[in-house]
Write a protein that binds this ligand. Structure first.
Ligand SMILES: [Zn+2]
Length: 117
């Protein structure tokens, strides 16, 4: 992959990382606001705990994405970005554009998904 293309993907990964961190920060601020709301009736308390559950599941999911983003950024540094972790063939760049954190080429990905069913 050319330097320009690597830079393109690096910027996209950094942007995605920033978006998640900003979202997490905003969620934290929102939950803080919910918790310091003063007087609450039962319905409010119930909806607050429901929201907290959603917030937690979102952050778990985002944490996994963050890990994948950091993994991809590491691979850019190590010059292995865009190489399938399974068969070590190049991953199609169109696939990377759709999903910059893709770790496997489409062939390996399909095989793995096939095993699962
Ligand atoms: Zn592969």
């Amino acid at each position: 992959m050319t330097k320009a293309r690597l830079e393109f993907f690096r910027k996209r990964l950094l942007k995605a990382r920033e978006d998640i961190l900003n979202k997490a920060k905003k969620l934290k601020e929102d939950s803080y606001t919910l918790g310091t709301d003063g007087i609450q009736d039962m319905a409010d308390a119930a909806s607050n705990s429901y929201n907290a559950d959603i917030l937690m599941s979102i952050s778990d999911n985002d944490l996994n994405i963050l890990k994948d983003i950091d993994n991809a950024l590491d691979k850019i540094v190590n010059k292995t970005y865009g190489i399938c972790e399974e068969c070590e063939e190049k991953i199609n760049e169109k696939r990377l554009e759709a999903n910059p954190i893709a770790r496997y080429c489409i062939t390996c990905k399909r095989m793995m998904e096939g095993k699962g069913t």
